[in-house]
Design a protein around this ligand. Structure first.
Ligand SMILES: [Zn+2]
Length: 111
């Protein structure tokens, strides 16, 4: 019997979570394998039209759609000039993206 669409989606979400967890663990020792796992997770999300949670989404390069792990194949730098934020560089395709730290958070941090 065919599973209902919502049930399929549920399983897909679980699979993505498991795959990403293992991918992050594997990344330090075997990056190509970790990338394959992340790639599978990415394809599942496309297949079932699942929007990945932010924590998982930020692990994918927006340029080459590959897994990026800070300190391994991504460079994270603080930007002190305006607008303040962080700069993430994918060391694979060289794509740089910036995340601006909202003013509200900045004033909270200063206290
Ligand atoms: Zn990239």
């Amino acid at each position: 019997m065919r599973k209902s669409r919502s049930r399929q989606k549920e399983v897909a979400v679980q699979r993505i979570a498991i795959l990403m967890e293992t991918a992050l663990k594997t990344a330090a020792t075997d990056l190509p394998l970790a990338r394959e796992q992340a790639d599978t997770a990415w394809r599942i999300s496309l297949r079932f039209r699942i929007r990945l949670p932010y924590q998982i989404r930020q692990l994918f390069c927006r340029g080459c759609k590959k897994l990026i792990v800070p300190g391994l194949n991504a460079r994270v730098r603080l930007v002190s000039r305006n607008p303040r934020g962080i700069r993430i560089t994918c060391l694979d395709c060289g794509r740089i993206y910036r995340k601006v730290i909202p003013r509200v958070l900045r004033s909270v941090k200063r206290v």
